[in-house]
Design a protein around this ligand. Structure first.
Ligand code: NI
Length: 187
């Protein structure tokens, strides 16, 4: 396995809308190897998600994982999930605002509204159908990563650009010390 280089804002790959993947393409050995590298890269950079476009591949694949962190016992753990061709449908109309960060927008945080609950249809890495509901932080991470596959970064989802904050100022003025730093690690 190998670590992949993460593209940052300004790189045109981040604006590319990825085409739907065929199962035969997904099952190629090179693509399966790429998925392993995507997972390894997400973990290396402490992301809770990573989309293929963020590592320069215009493939409709994203990974999400939240490992239990003893420092943040309230942070809900999410098992490793590989999403191919994810299609999201909001459940209900409730949205929640919370801080997000992105490995492709280094050193910044901003407040982003997201659907609180979503239904997800996708394929897993073997091409089997995946169908599940997600809520809260997991739902947020899935929406953030799926946006990447459509060439969208969280900045475009912000309602109030005045919340855009450098990490140092975020830690100084905005981070609630009692709750997990949920924005810290989104991919
Ligand atoms: Ni991101």
């Amino acid at each position: 396995m190998s670590l992949l280089k993460v593209a940052v804002l300004g790189n045109p790959i981040l604006r590319q809308k990825t085409p739907e993947m065929k199962k035969s393409e997904l099952l190629r050995e090179s693509v399966q190897r790429f998925i392993d590298d995507l997972i390894e890269t997400m973990r290396e950079y402490d992301g809770v998600g990573l989309a293929a476009t963020q590592v320069h591949q215009p493939l409709r694949i994203a990974v999400v994982e939240v490992q239990a962190n003893p420092r943040y016992p309230q942070a809900p753990a999410v098992p490793l999930t590989v999403l191919v061709n994810p299609v999201l449908t909001p459940i209900g109309s409730e949205r929640a605002r919370d801080w997000e960060g992105c490995l492709s927008v280094p050193d910044m945080r901003g407040v982003v509204p997201r659907w609180t609950q979503i239904h997800v249809e996708a394929m897993d890495r073997k091409g089997n159908p995946l169908s599940f509901d997600a809520s809260g932080f997991f739902a947020r991470a899935v929406q953030h990563e799926t946006d990447h596959l459509d060439g969208i970064v969280y900045l475009e989802r912000m309602e109030d650009m005045r919340t855009l904050t450098y990490m140092r100022e975020y830690a100084r003025y905005w981070r609630d010390k009692e709750t997990p730093d949920q924005g810290a690690a989104l991919g």
